[in-house]
Design a protein around this ligand. Sequence first.
Ligand SMILES: Nc1ncnc2c1ncn2[C@@H]1O[C@H](COP(=O)(O)OP(=O)(O)OP(=O)(O)O)[C@@H](O)[C@H]1O
Ligand SMILES: Nc1ncnc2c1ncn2[C@@H]1O[C@H](COP(=O)(O)OP(=O)(O)OP(=O)(O)O)[C@@H](O)[C@H]1O
Ligand SMILES: [Mg+2]
Ligand SMILES: [Mg+2]
Lengths: 257, 257
Amino acid sequence: MGKIYTIVNQKGGVGKTTTAINLGAYLGFFGQKLLLVDLDPQANATSCLGVEHNKINSGTYEVLIGHKKASEVILHNQAFKMSLIPSSPNLAGAEIELIDLEERERRLRIGLQGLAADYDYILIDCPPSLGLLTLNGLIAAMDGIIIPVQSEYLALEGLGQLTKTLNRIQGNLFPDLSIRGVLLTMYDNRTNLSADVMAEVRKFFPHKVFGTFIPRSIRLAEAPSFGMPISLYAPASTGAEAYKQLAHELLINDGVK
Amino acid sequence: MGKIYTIVNQKGGVGKTTTAINLGAYLGFFGQKLLLVDLDPQANATSCLGVEHNKINSGTYEVLIGHKKASEVILHNQAFKMSLIPSSPNLAGAEIELIDLEERERRLRIGLQGLAADYDYILIDCPPSLGLLTLNGLIAAMDGIIIPVQSEYLALEGLGQLTKTLNRIQGNLFPDLSIRGVLLTMYDNRTNLSADVMAEVRKFFPHKVFGTFIPRSIRLAEAPSFGMPISLYAPASTGAEAYKQLAHELLINDGVK
Ligand SMILES: Nc1ncnc2c1ncn2[C@@H]1O[C@H](COP(=O)(O)OP(=O)(O)OP(=O)(O)O)[C@@H](O)[C@H]1O
Ligand SMILES: Nc1ncnc2c1ncn2[C@@H]1O[C@H](COP(=O)(O)OP(=O)(O)OP(=O)(O)O)[C@@H](O)[C@H]1O
Ligand SMILES: [Mg+2]
Ligand SMILES: [Mg+2]
Protein backbone atom coordinates (compact mmCIF):
# COMPACT_ATOMS: atom_id res chain seq x y z
CA MET A 1 0.00 0.00 0.00
CA GLY A 2 1.27 3.42 -0.94
CA LYS A 3 1.91 6.09 1.66
CA ILE A 4 -0.29 9.21 1.98
CA TYR A 5 1.42 12.30 3.40
CA THR A 6 -0.25 15.68 3.82
CA ILE A 7 1.88 18.84 3.66
CA VAL A 8 0.45 21.37 6.07
CA ASN A 9 1.15 24.63 7.89
CA GLN A 10 -1.39 27.42 8.29
CA LYS A 11 1.42 30.01 8.14
CA GLY A 12 1.51 31.43 4.65
CA GLY A 13 4.40 31.23 2.22
CA VAL A 14 6.54 28.70 4.11
CA GLY A 15 7.15 26.38 1.13
CA LYS A 16 4.22 23.92 1.26
CA THR A 17 3.62 23.93 -2.50
CA THR A 18 7.32 24.05 -3.33
CA THR A 19 7.83 20.97 -1.13
CA ALA A 20 4.84 19.09 -2.58
CA ILE A 21 6.04 19.67 -6.16
CA ASN A 22 9.75 19.05 -5.71
CA LEU A 23 9.73 16.27 -3.11
CA GLY A 24 7.11 14.70 -5.36
CA ALA A 25 9.28 15.09 -8.45
CA TYR A 26 12.27 13.42 -6.81
CA LEU A 27 10.16 10.55 -5.48
CA GLY A 28 9.25 10.04 -9.15
CA PHE A 29 12.93 10.40 -10.08
CA PHE A 30 13.70 7.51 -7.70
CA GLY A 31 11.13 5.34 -9.47
CA GLN A 32 8.16 5.82 -7.12
CA LYS A 33 4.67 6.15 -8.60
CA LEU A 34 3.51 9.52 -7.32
CA LEU A 35 0.17 11.30 -7.07
CA LEU A 36 -0.13 14.94 -6.02
CA VAL A 37 -3.45 16.29 -4.69
CA ASP A 38 -3.92 20.07 -4.90
CA LEU A 39 -6.26 20.99 -2.07
CA ASP A 40 -5.60 24.75 -2.28
CA PRO A 41 -8.09 27.03 -4.11
CA GLN A 42 -5.05 29.12 -5.15
CA ALA A 43 -4.13 26.09 -7.31
CA ASN A 44 -0.41 26.84 -7.06
CA ALA A 45 0.60 23.16 -7.24
CA THR A 46 -1.52 22.80 -10.38
CA SER A 47 0.13 25.76 -12.10
CA CYS A 48 3.63 24.70 -10.96
CA LEU A 49 3.10 21.66 -13.19
CA GLY A 50 2.13 23.82 -16.15
CA VAL A 51 -1.62 23.09 -15.92
CA GLU A 52 -4.01 26.04 -16.46
CA HIS A 53 -6.32 25.82 -13.47
CA ASN A 54 -8.92 28.04 -15.17
CA LYS A 55 -9.35 25.37 -17.82
CA ILE A 56 -9.91 22.52 -15.37
CA ASN A 57 -13.38 20.99 -15.58
CA SER A 58 -13.04 18.60 -12.72
CA GLY A 59 -10.58 18.00 -9.94
CA THR A 60 -10.34 18.08 -6.16
CA TYR A 61 -13.63 19.97 -5.78
CA GLU A 62 -15.62 17.31 -7.64
CA VAL A 63 -14.03 14.57 -5.53
CA LEU A 64 -14.85 16.35 -2.26
CA ILE A 65 -18.44 17.12 -3.23
CA GLY A 66 -18.93 13.59 -4.58
CA HIS A 67 -19.62 14.42 -8.24
CA LYS A 68 -16.63 12.45 -9.56
CA LYS A 69 -14.40 9.60 -8.50
CA ALA A 70 -10.76 10.50 -7.90
CA SER A 71 -9.68 8.12 -10.67
CA GLU A 72 -11.81 10.09 -13.16
CA VAL A 73 -10.05 13.43 -12.58
CA ILE A 74 -6.38 12.44 -12.39
CA LEU A 75 -4.01 14.07 -14.91
CA HIS A 76 -0.84 12.18 -15.83
CA ASN A 77 2.46 13.76 -16.86
CA GLN A 78 5.05 11.34 -18.24
CA ALA A 79 7.84 13.89 -18.46
CA PHE A 80 7.57 14.78 -14.78
CA LYS A 81 6.77 11.17 -13.71
CA MET A 82 3.91 12.58 -11.65
CA SER A 83 0.13 12.40 -11.59
CA LEU A 84 -2.09 15.19 -10.29
CA ILE A 85 -5.61 15.76 -8.99
CA PRO A 86 -5.82 19.44 -9.97
CA SER A 87 -7.41 22.31 -8.12
CA SER A 88 -9.84 24.70 -9.76
CA PRO A 89 -11.37 28.06 -8.84
CA ASN A 90 -14.60 26.48 -7.57
CA LEU A 91 -12.61 24.86 -4.76
CA ALA A 92 -12.75 28.26 -3.05
CA GLY A 93 -16.46 27.72 -2.47
CA ALA A 94 -15.98 24.22 -1.06
CA GLU A 95 -15.25 25.40 2.50
CA ILE A 96 -18.82 26.72 2.79
CA GLU A 97 -20.44 23.90 0.79
CA LEU A 98 -18.76 21.17 2.86
CA ILE A 99 -20.26 22.48 6.12
CA ASP A 100 -23.66 20.90 5.40
CA LEU A 101 -22.41 17.62 3.92
CA GLU A 102 -22.27 14.23 5.63
CA GLU A 103 -18.82 13.22 6.87
CA ARG A 104 -17.64 16.69 5.87
CA GLU A 105 -14.13 16.26 7.26
CA ARG A 106 -13.61 12.74 5.82
CA ARG A 107 -14.59 13.43 2.17
CA LEU A 108 -11.00 13.48 0.89
CA ARG A 109 -10.00 10.41 2.87
CA ILE A 110 -12.97 8.53 1.43
CA GLY A 111 -12.28 9.89 -2.07
CA LEU A 112 -8.68 8.66 -2.01
CA GLN A 113 -9.56 5.21 -0.68
CA GLY A 114 -8.39 2.57 -3.11
CA LEU A 115 -5.91 4.91 -4.81
CA ALA A 116 -3.19 4.06 -2.31
CA ALA A 117 -3.02 0.65 -4.00
CA ASP A 118 -2.19 2.31 -7.36
CA TYR A 119 0.51 4.73 -6.15
CA ASP A 120 3.64 4.43 -4.03
CA TYR A 121 3.21 7.95 -2.63
CA ILE A 122 0.35 10.42 -2.45
CA LEU A 123 1.22 13.98 -1.38
CA ILE A 124 -1.54 16.46 -0.47
CA ASP A 125 -0.84 20.24 -0.68
CA CYS A 126 -2.95 22.39 1.69
CA PRO A 127 -4.00 26.08 1.74
CA PRO A 128 -2.62 28.44 4.45
CA SER A 129 -5.52 28.05 6.89
CA LEU A 130 -7.02 25.59 9.37
CA GLY A 131 -10.48 25.42 7.80
CA LEU A 132 -12.46 22.48 6.42
CA LEU A 133 -10.19 21.99 3.39
CA THR A 134 -7.08 21.61 5.55
CA LEU A 135 -9.08 19.48 8.00
CA ASN A 136 -9.89 17.14 5.10
CA GLY A 137 -6.19 17.04 4.28
CA LEU A 138 -5.30 16.14 7.87
CA ILE A 139 -7.89 13.34 8.13
CA ALA A 140 -6.64 11.91 4.80
CA ALA A 141 -3.01 11.76 6.03
CA MET A 142 -2.94 8.01 6.58
CA ASP A 143 0.82 7.90 7.06
CA GLY A 144 1.34 11.29 8.68
CA ILE A 145 1.92 14.95 7.97
CA ILE A 146 4.96 16.87 6.76
CA ILE A 147 5.25 20.37 8.25
CA PRO A 148 7.40 22.85 6.27
CA VAL A 149 8.70 25.62 8.55
CA GLN A 150 10.30 28.69 7.03
CA SER A 151 13.58 29.42 8.82
CA GLU A 152 12.32 32.78 10.05
CA TYR A 153 10.93 33.98 13.36
CA LEU A 154 7.27 34.50 12.39
CA ALA A 155 7.06 30.88 11.23
CA LEU A 156 7.76 29.76 14.83
CA GLU A 157 4.74 31.62 16.13
CA GLY A 158 2.22 29.44 14.35
CA LEU A 159 3.59 26.09 15.50
CA GLY A 160 1.77 26.25 18.83
CA GLN A 161 -1.59 26.75 17.11
CA LEU A 162 -0.85 23.92 14.68
CA THR A 163 -0.01 21.44 17.43
CA LYS A 164 -3.14 22.46 19.35
CA THR A 165 -5.21 21.67 16.27
CA LEU A 166 -3.39 18.36 15.80
CA ASN A 167 -4.02 17.37 19.43
CA ARG A 168 -7.71 18.18 19.05
CA ILE A 169 -7.97 16.00 15.95
CA GLN A 170 -6.06 13.17 17.62
CA GLY A 171 -8.56 13.43 20.49
CA ASN A 172 -11.59 12.55 18.39
CA LEU A 173 -11.63 12.60 14.57
CA PHE A 174 -8.34 10.77 13.84
CA PRO A 175 -6.48 9.28 16.82
CA ASP A 176 -3.68 7.88 14.64
CA LEU A 177 -2.78 11.25 13.08
CA SER A 178 1.01 11.54 13.31
CA ILE A 179 3.82 13.88 12.34
CA ARG A 180 5.98 12.24 9.68
CA GLY A 181 8.50 15.04 9.79
CA VAL A 182 9.23 18.75 10.09
CA LEU A 183 11.16 20.35 7.23
CA LEU A 184 13.14 23.57 7.55
CA THR A 185 12.84 25.64 4.39
CA MET A 186 14.41 28.83 2.96
CA TYR A 187 17.40 28.34 5.23
CA ASP A 188 19.86 31.21 4.85
CA ASN A 189 23.27 30.41 6.33
CA ARG A 190 24.41 34.05 6.07
CA THR A 191 22.42 35.02 9.17
CA ASN A 192 22.00 33.72 12.71
CA LEU A 193 18.23 33.89 12.33
CA SER A 194 17.96 30.60 10.45
CA ALA A 195 20.24 28.76 12.88
CA ASP A 196 18.27 30.15 15.85
CA VAL A 197 14.96 29.06 14.31
CA MET A 198 16.34 25.60 13.55
CA ALA A 199 17.42 25.18 17.16
CA GLU A 200 13.96 26.25 18.39
CA VAL A 201 12.18 23.91 16.00
CA ARG A 202 14.33 20.96 17.08
CA LYS A 203 13.41 21.72 20.71
CA PHE A 204 9.71 22.02 19.83
CA PHE A 205 9.61 18.78 17.78
CA PRO A 206 12.29 16.49 19.24
CA HIS A 207 13.28 13.64 16.86
CA LYS A 208 10.86 14.88 14.19
CA VAL A 209 12.97 17.34 12.21
CA PHE A 210 14.32 15.97 8.93
CA GLY A 211 18.13 15.90 8.73
CA THR A 212 17.77 17.51 5.30
CA PHE A 213 16.91 21.21 5.22
CA ILE A 214 16.14 23.31 2.15
CA PRO A 215 18.36 26.36 1.53
CA ARG A 216 16.98 29.59 0.05
CA SER A 217 17.59 29.12 -3.68
CA ILE A 218 16.28 31.53 -6.30
CA ARG A 219 15.97 28.67 -8.82
CA LEU A 220 13.15 27.22 -6.69
CA ALA A 221 11.24 30.50 -7.05
CA GLU A 222 11.88 30.62 -10.80
CA ALA A 223 10.84 27.05 -11.65
CA PRO A 224 7.05 27.65 -11.26
CA SER A 225 7.10 30.27 -14.02
CA PHE A 226 8.34 27.56 -16.39
CA GLY A 227 5.67 25.11 -15.22
CA MET A 228 8.11 22.41 -14.20
CA PRO A 229 9.68 20.95 -11.06
CA ILE A 230 13.22 21.86 -10.06
CA SER A 231 14.44 18.39 -11.09
CA LEU A 232 13.95 19.43 -14.73
CA TYR A 233 14.35 23.22 -14.54
CA ALA A 234 17.66 23.39 -12.62
CA PRO A 235 18.77 19.93 -11.47
CA ALA A 236 22.25 21.17 -10.45
CA SER A 237 20.96 23.97 -8.17
CA THR A 238 21.29 23.82 -4.37
CA GLY A 239 17.49 23.74 -4.16
CA ALA A 240 17.29 20.67 -6.39
CA GLU A 241 20.06 18.88 -4.52
CA ALA A 242 18.26 19.49 -1.23
CA TYR A 243 14.91 18.13 -2.40
CA LYS A 244 16.68 15.13 -3.94
CA GLN A 245 18.36 14.52 -0.60
CA LEU A 246 15.01 14.89 1.19
CA ALA A 247 13.40 12.30 -1.09
CA HIS A 248 16.33 9.98 -0.43
CA GLU A 249 16.03 10.47 3.35
CA LEU A 250 12.29 9.79 3.24
CA LEU A 251 12.71 6.63 1.18
CA ILE A 252 15.43 5.30 3.49
CA ASN A 253 13.37 5.92 6.64
CA ASP A 254 10.26 4.46 4.99
CA GLY A 255 12.25 1.32 4.32
CA VAL A 256 11.83 1.63 0.55
CA LYS A 257 15.47 2.18 -0.37
CA MET B 1 -11.50 61.87 9.56
CA GLY B 2 -8.71 59.36 9.63
CA LYS B 3 -8.13 56.96 6.78
CA ILE B 4 -8.83 53.22 7.07
CA TYR B 5 -6.73 50.97 4.84
CA THR B 6 -6.93 47.17 4.82
CA ILE B 7 -3.83 45.15 3.87
CA VAL B 8 -4.95 42.06 2.00
CA ASN B 9 -3.78 39.21 -0.22
CA GLN B 10 -4.92 35.61 0.17
CA LYS B 11 -1.51 34.39 -1.02
CA GLY B 12 0.50 33.44 2.02
CA GLY B 13 3.78 34.97 3.14
CA VAL B 14 3.78 37.98 0.80
CA GLY B 15 4.54 40.60 3.49
CA LYS B 16 1.06 41.66 4.72
CA THR B 17 2.03 41.72 8.41
CA THR B 18 5.49 43.17 7.72
CA THR B 19 3.81 45.99 5.77
CA ALA B 20 1.15 46.64 8.42
CA ILE B 21 3.77 46.90 11.18
CA ASN B 22 6.43 48.90 9.39
CA LEU B 23 4.28 51.20 7.25
CA GLY B 24 2.36 51.81 10.45
CA ALA B 25 5.53 52.56 12.41
CA TYR B 26 6.69 55.14 9.88
CA LEU B 27 3.27 56.81 9.73
CA GLY B 28 3.74 57.23 13.50
CA PHE B 29 7.30 58.43 12.88
CA PHE B 30 5.85 61.19 10.66
CA GLY B 31 3.54 62.30 13.47
CA GLN B 32 0.35 60.48 12.42
CA LYS B 33 -1.83 58.89 15.10
CA LEU B 34 -1.94 55.25 14.10
CA LEU B 35 -4.09 52.25 15.03
CA LEU B 36 -3.29 48.73 13.87
CA VAL B 37 -6.02 46.05 13.81
CA ASP B 38 -4.81 42.43 13.86
CA LEU B 39 -7.49 40.40 12.09
CA ASP B 40 -5.35 37.26 11.70
CA PRO B 41 -5.79 34.34 14.15
CA GLN B 42 -2.05 33.74 13.75
CA ALA B 43 -1.65 37.05 15.64
CA ASN B 44 1.64 37.83 13.90
CA ALA B 45 1.07 41.61 13.98
CA THR B 46 0.39 41.36 17.73
CA SER B 47 3.62 39.47 18.40
CA CYS B 48 5.65 41.74 16.09
CA LEU B 49 4.87 44.49 18.60
CA GLY B 50 6.06 42.41 21.51
CA VAL B 51 2.58 41.53 22.82
CA GLU B 52 1.99 37.94 24.00
CA HIS B 53 -1.18 36.95 22.17
CA ASN B 54 -1.80 34.03 24.55
CA LYS B 55 -2.18 36.52 27.38
CA ILE B 56 -4.73 38.70 25.58
CA ASN B 57 -8.14 38.72 27.26
CA SER B 58 -9.94 40.79 24.70
CA GLY B 59 -9.21 42.08 21.26
CA THR B 60 -10.46 41.79 17.70
CA TYR B 61 -12.58 38.71 18.46
CA GLU B 62 -14.56 40.51 21.17
CA VAL B 63 -15.17 43.47 18.86
CA LEU B 64 -16.40 41.22 16.02
CA ILE B 65 -18.70 39.18 18.24
CA GLY B 66 -19.98 42.31 19.98
CA HIS B 67 -18.80 41.57 23.54
CA LYS B 68 -16.60 44.69 23.76
CA LYS B 69 -16.32 48.11 22.15
CA ALA B 70 -13.16 48.69 20.11
CA SER B 71 -12.14 51.53 22.44
CA GLU B 72 -12.12 49.08 25.37
CA VAL B 73 -9.56 46.69 23.86
CA ILE B 74 -6.99 49.04 22.35
CA LEU B 75 -3.40 48.72 23.60
CA HIS B 76 -1.16 51.79 23.37
CA ASN B 77 2.62 51.77 22.88
CA GLN B 78 4.32 55.12 23.36
CA ALA B 79 7.77 53.93 22.25
CA PHE B 80 6.45 52.69 18.91
CA LYS B 81 3.93 55.58 18.54
CA MET B 82 1.32 52.98 17.65
CA SER B 83 -1.93 51.62 19.08
CA LEU B 84 -3.16 48.07 18.52
CA ILE B 85 -6.35 46.02 18.63
CA PRO B 86 -4.67 42.67 19.31
CA SER B 87 -5.57 39.26 17.98
CA SER B 88 -5.98 36.25 20.22
CA PRO B 89 -6.27 32.49 19.69
CA ASN B 90 -10.08 32.55 19.94
CA LEU B 91 -10.16 34.57 16.72
CA ALA B 92 -9.60 31.28 14.90
CA GLY B 93 -13.11 30.24 15.88
CA ALA B 94 -14.66 33.51 14.67
CA GLU B 95 -14.97 32.41 11.03
CA ILE B 96 -17.52 29.75 12.06
CA GLU B 97 -19.22 31.86 14.76
CA LEU B 98 -19.71 34.85 12.44
CA ILE B 99 -21.71 32.76 9.94
CA ASP B 100 -24.87 32.90 12.07
CA LEU B 101 -24.58 36.52 13.21
CA GLU B 102 -26.50 39.54 11.86
CA GLU B 103 -24.51 41.72 9.47
CA ARG B 104 -21.77 39.10 9.63
CA GLU B 105 -19.55 40.82 7.03
CA ARG B 106 -19.94 44.35 8.45
CA ARG B 107 -19.08 43.63 12.10
CA LEU B 108 -15.58 45.13 11.89
CA ARG B 109 -16.75 48.15 9.94
CA ILE B 110 -19.41 48.82 12.59
CA GLY B 111 -16.93 48.14 15.40
CA LEU B 112 -14.44 50.70 14.05
CA GLN B 113 -17.07 53.39 13.47
CA GLY B 114 -16.21 56.48 15.46
CA LEU B 115 -12.55 55.47 15.86
CA ALA B 116 -11.63 57.14 12.56
CA ALA B 117 -12.20 60.44 14.36
CA ASP B 118 -9.53 59.55 16.98
CA TYR B 119 -6.80 58.32 14.61
CA ASP B 120 -5.15 59.65 11.47
CA TYR B 121 -4.64 56.17 10.05
CA ILE B 122 -6.10 52.74 10.79
CA LEU B 123 -4.37 49.74 9.15
CA ILE B 124 -6.01 46.30 9.19
CA ASP B 125 -3.83 43.15 8.78
CA CYS B 126 -5.65 40.13 7.25
CA PRO B 127 -5.06 36.36 7.28
CA PRO B 128 -4.03 34.52 4.07
CA SER B 129 -7.54 33.51 2.99
CA LEU B 130 -10.74 34.95 1.51
CA GLY B 131 -13.06 33.85 4.31
CA LEU B 132 -15.34 35.86 6.61
CA LEU B 133 -12.47 37.48 8.54
CA THR B 134 -10.89 38.88 5.38
CA LEU B 135 -14.36 39.82 4.10
CA ASN B 136 -14.83 41.87 7.27
CA GLY B 137 -11.48 43.52 6.59
CA LEU B 138 -12.52 44.40 3.02
CA ILE B 139 -15.89 45.88 4.04
CA ALA B 140 -14.12 47.97 6.72
CA ALA B 141 -11.64 49.45 4.20
CA MET B 142 -13.30 52.86 3.99
CA ASP B 143 -10.40 54.43 2.09
CA GLY B 144 -9.27 51.41 0.11
CA ILE B 145 -7.04 48.36 0.24
CA ILE B 146 -3.28 47.92 0.00
CA ILE B 147 -2.22 44.72 -1.78
CA PRO B 148 1.33 43.47 -1.01
CA VAL B 149 2.62 41.28 -3.85
CA GLN B 150 5.77 39.25 -3.34
CA SER B 151 8.09 39.73 -6.33
CA GLU B 152 7.90 36.07 -7.24
CA TYR B 153 5.95 34.14 -9.85
CA LEU B 154 3.50 32.27 -7.58
CA ALA B 155 2.32 35.59 -6.12
CA LEU B 156 1.06 36.58 -9.59
CA GLU B 157 -1.20 33.56 -9.76
CA GLY B 158 -3.48 34.71 -6.97
CA LEU B 159 -4.13 38.23 -8.28
CA GLY B 160 -6.87 37.05 -10.61
CA GLN B 161 -8.78 35.42 -7.78
CA LEU B 162 -8.35 38.50 -5.60
CA THR B 163 -9.73 40.87 -8.25
CA LYS B 164 -12.67 38.53 -8.88
CA THR B 165 -13.49 38.68 -5.17
CA LEU B 166 -13.13 42.48 -5.16
CA ASN B 167 -15.46 42.81 -8.17
CA ARG B 168 -18.04 40.61 -6.46
CA ILE B 169 -17.93 42.76 -3.31
CA GLN B 170 -18.13 45.97 -5.35
CA GLY B 171 -21.20 44.47 -7.03
CA ASN B 172 -23.26 44.25 -3.87
CA LEU B 173 -21.78 44.51 -0.36
CA PHE B 174 -19.49 47.56 -0.80
CA PRO B 175 -19.71 49.43 -4.13
CA ASP B 176 -17.10 52.01 -3.10
CA LEU B 177 -14.40 49.44 -2.31
CA SER B 178 -11.24 50.67 -4.03
CA ILE B 179 -7.59 49.72 -4.41
CA ARG B 180 -5.43 52.33 -2.67
CA GLY B 181 -2.27 50.76 -4.02
CA VAL B 182 -0.29 47.64 -4.88
CA LEU B 183 3.07 47.19 -3.14
CA LEU B 184 5.88 45.02 -4.48
CA THR B 185 7.69 43.27 -1.65
CA MET B 186 10.82 41.12 -1.22
CA TYR B 187 12.22 42.58 -4.43
CA ASP B 188 15.58 40.97 -5.29
CA ASN B 189 17.50 42.94 -7.89
CA ARG B 190 20.02 40.12 -8.41
CA THR B 191 17.54 38.15 -10.56
CA ASN B 192 15.28 38.87 -13.52
CA LEU B 193 12.38 37.22 -11.73
CA SER B 194 11.56 40.29 -9.61
CA ALA B 195 11.77 42.66 -12.56
CA ASP B 196 9.54 40.38 -14.65
CA VAL B 197 6.97 40.16 -11.86
CA MET B 198 7.02 43.95 -11.38
CA ALA B 199 6.35 44.45 -15.09
CA GLU B 200 3.43 41.99 -14.97
CA VAL B 201 1.94 43.61 -11.88
CA ARG B 202 2.13 47.10 -13.46
CA LYS B 203 0.24 45.72 -16.48
CA PHE B 204 -2.36 44.05 -14.28
CA PHE B 205 -2.93 47.11 -12.08
CA PRO B 206 -2.20 50.16 -14.26
CA HIS B 207 -1.59 53.36 -12.23
CA LYS B 208 -2.08 51.48 -8.94
CA VAL B 209 1.44 50.23 -8.15
CA PHE B 210 3.30 52.31 -5.55
CA GLY B 211 6.48 53.91 -6.82
CA THR B 212 8.18 52.58 -3.70
CA PHE B 213 8.98 48.88 -3.61
CA ILE B 214 10.37 46.90 -0.67
CA PRO B 215 13.67 45.06 -1.23
CA ARG B 216 14.39 41.70 0.39
CA SER B 217 16.17 42.68 3.61
CA ILE B 218 17.06 40.17 6.31
CA ARG B 219 16.65 42.88 8.99
CA LEU B 220 12.89 42.89 8.27
CA ALA B 221 12.77 39.17 9.05
CA GLU B 222 14.82 39.64 12.23
CA ALA B 223 12.84 42.54 13.72
CA PRO B 224 9.80 40.44 14.79
CA SER B 225 11.97 38.31 17.08
CA PHE B 226 12.82 41.49 19.00
CA GLY B 227 9.16 42.55 19.16
CA MET B 228 9.72 45.91 17.53
CA PRO B 229 9.21 47.60 14.16
CA ILE B 230 12.12 48.09 11.77
CA SER B 231 12.16 51.84 12.54
CA LEU B 232 13.58 51.01 15.98
CA TYR B 233 15.34 47.71 15.31
CA ALA B 234 17.43 48.70 12.26
CA PRO B 235 16.52 52.21 11.07
CA ALA B 236 19.49 52.38 8.67
CA SER B 237 18.66 49.12 6.85
CA THR B 238 17.40 49.07 3.25
CA GLY B 239 14.12 47.59 4.53
CA ALA B 240 13.60 50.49 6.93
CA GLU B 241 14.44 53.10 4.29
CA ALA B 242 11.93 51.53 1.93
CA TYR B 243 9.04 51.53 4.42
CA LYS B 244 9.92 55.11 5.40
CA GLN B 245 9.76 56.06 1.74
CA LEU B 246 6.43 54.23 1.36
CA ALA B 247 4.94 56.15 4.32
CA HIS B 248 6.20 59.37 2.77
CA GLU B 249 4.67 58.49 -0.64
CA LEU B 250 1.34 57.62 0.99
CA LEU B 251 1.22 60.86 2.98
CA ILE B 252 2.06 62.96 -0.08
CA ASN B 253 -0.63 61.30 -2.22
CA ASP B 254 -3.15 61.51 0.63
CA GLY B 255 -2.52 65.25 0.74
CA VAL B 256 -1.26 65.11 4.33
CA LYS B 257 2.34 66.13 3.70
N1 LIG C 1 13.84 27.22 -0.65
C1 LIG C 1 13.34 28.26 -1.33
N2 LIG C 1 14.19 29.20 -1.81
C2 LIG C 1 13.69 30.29 -2.46
N3 LIG C 1 12.39 30.51 -2.71
C3 LIG C 1 11.51 29.60 -2.26
C4 LIG C 1 11.92 28.43 -1.55
N4 LIG C 1 10.81 27.71 -1.25
C5 LIG C 1 9.75 28.41 -1.72
N5 LIG C 1 10.17 29.54 -2.35
C6 LIG C 1 9.34 30.59 -2.94
O1 LIG C 1 8.72 31.25 -1.85
C7 LIG C 1 7.35 31.53 -2.14
C8 LIG C 1 6.47 30.78 -1.14
O2 LIG C 1 6.58 29.39 -1.33
P1 LIG C 1 5.27 28.47 -1.53
O3 LIG C 1 4.29 29.16 -2.39
O4 LIG C 1 5.73 27.11 -1.90
O5 LIG C 1 4.75 28.46 -0.02
P2 LIG C 1 3.33 27.95 0.49
O6 LIG C 1 3.50 27.61 1.91
O7 LIG C 1 2.83 26.91 -0.41
O8 LIG C 1 2.45 29.29 0.33
P3 LIG C 1 0.86 29.39 0.62
O9 LIG C 1 0.78 29.53 2.11
O10 LIG C 1 0.41 30.64 -0.10
O11 LIG C 1 0.24 28.14 0.09
C9 LIG C 1 7.13 31.10 -3.59
O12 LIG C 1 7.31 32.22 -4.41
C10 LIG C 1 8.23 30.06 -3.82
O13 LIG C 1 8.60 30.01 -5.16
N1 LIG D 1 11.12 42.65 2.45
C1 LIG D 1 11.38 41.57 3.18
N2 LIG D 1 12.64 41.08 3.21
C2 LIG D 1 12.92 39.94 3.92
N3 LIG D 1 12.04 39.24 4.62
C3 LIG D 1 10.78 39.68 4.63
C4 LIG D 1 10.37 40.86 3.93
N4 LIG D 1 9.04 41.04 4.14
C5 LIG D 1 8.63 40.02 4.93
N5 LIG D 1 9.67 39.22 5.25
C6 LIG D 1 9.63 37.96 6.01
O1 LIG D 1 8.95 37.02 5.19
C7 LIG D 1 8.04 36.25 5.98
C8 LIG D 1 6.62 36.49 5.47
O2 LIG D 1 6.23 37.83 5.72
P1 LIG D 1 4.84 38.15 6.48
O3 LIG D 1 4.66 37.21 7.59
O4 LIG D 1 4.83 39.61 6.75
O5 LIG D 1 3.83 37.82 5.31
P2 LIG D 1 2.25 37.68 5.43
O6 LIG D 1 1.70 37.93 4.08
O7 LIG D 1 1.76 38.51 6.54
O8 LIG D 1 2.12 36.12 5.81
P3 LIG D 1 0.72 35.37 6.15
O9 LIG D 1 0.14 35.09 4.80
O10 LIG D 1 1.13 34.12 6.88
O11 LIG D 1 -0.09 36.31 6.98
C9 LIG D 1 8.25 36.68 7.42
O12 LIG D 1 9.17 35.79 8.01
C10 LIG D 1 8.84 38.08 7.29
O13 LIG D 1 9.65 38.40 8.38
MG1 LIG E 1 0.94 26.78 -1.37
MG1 LIG F 1 0.53 37.92 8.16
